[in-house]
Design a protein around this ligand. Structure first.
Ligand code: ATR
Length: 278
């Protein structure tokens, strides 16, 4: 029998993960099924027990259960523990281990687009302090960028990102307005809030008036592919990075955890883009 895999979340109807993982299975000649499971909060425990009975090999976790899942797994990988969220669960000999591939997936995607990242980028601005920002901040801390500042609507939430003992970058916390006034000091600006996501396509957390030429502006939203923020950045001559690369790379890292197979997912990036455009 092949691999039994899936994704849990709510809502889950529009997820492209089954399609992505089917491409990975085809490419590696692995047999398996990857199913979406829309699960309500009060069904979570029952579903988890059912997964155990089915002896499912692993599953992804998406909104709104990434943090809840911390309490369901038997053990946590150190990155997931440090981030405080799980996006991938692996059945390791009957024990359920929680991982988080979001941040590493993000960095991989960024590096594939910008080979000069390590030499070019010194100062990073991270906009947002939710679950996605936590994963990315953790991954940025594994890199060699000296400064990673955070701008968020709610200051206390941004301060929460500094709790981990493993942080070694220098970080200042700013309001969105303060960051906006000092954008010229950043080489890489990463947008992780939900502002700009369909149906709020016109929204932007920050005005890009003050960015310097050649700055990389990255948005993790992939619906739409080009957010208003990225459109503005492109028109100002900035280099831009789209969000669907992260979607693909976090999936490839999860697939590797389940099957041991390394995937370079870049060749389906264009097809994914077409699917997202509908
Ligand atoms: P995710 O897990 O996708 O990161 P989240 O944990 O709900 O989602 O985090 C959402 C992020 O978007 C937060 O940084 C949030 O700011 P707050 O911490 O102040 O709530 C930000 N956000 C959402 N709506 C916003 C808005 N209208 N204006 C500014 N920031 C917003």
């Amino acid at each position: 029998m092949g691999y039994l895999l899936g994704v849990i979340g709510n809502p889950i109807k529009h997820t492209l993960s089954p399609w992505i993982h089917q491409q990975f299975m085809n490419e590696t000649s692995i047999n398996g099924i990857y199913r979406p499971y829309e699960i309500k909060e009060d069904e979570l425990k029952e579903s988890f027990n059912l997964f155990k009975k089915m002896n499912i090999d692993g599953f992804n976790v998406t909104i709104p259960y990434k943090e809840t899942m911390l309490h369901y797994v038997d053990d946590l990988d150190e990155r997931a523990r440090s981030i405080g969220a799980v996006n991938t669960v692996v059945n390791q000999g009957g024990k359920w281990i929680g991982y988080n591939t979001d941040g590493r997936g993000y960095i991989r995607s960024l590096k594939q687009s910008y080979a000069d990242l390590d030499t070019f980028v010194k100062n990073v601005l991270l906009i947002g302090a939710g679950g996605a920002a936590r994963g990315i901040y953790d991954a940025l801390n594994q890199e060699s960028f000296p400064v990673v500042d955070i701008a968020n609507r709610t200051r206390e939430r941004a301060e929460g990102l500094l709790d981990s003992k493993e942080n070694h970058v220098e970080t200042s916390i700013y309001s969105l307005k303060e960051a906006q006034q000092n954008l010229q000091q950043y080489d890489l600006i990463i947008q992780t809030t939900s502002m700009g996501m369909t149906p709020n396509n016109r929204m932007m957390p920050i005005d890009l008036q003050n960015i310097k030429e050649n700055t990389i502006v990255s948005d993790i939203i992939y619906n739409p592919i080009e957010t208003s923020l990225l459109q503005t950045a492109r028109k100002k001559g900035a280099r831009i990075h789209y969000g669907h690369g992260m979607l693909l790379h976090q999936a490839a890292l999860a697939f590797e955890l389940w099957t041991g197979k390394t995937i370079d997912p870049n060749h389906i990036l264009h097809e994914l883009e077409q699917k997202l455009k509908g």
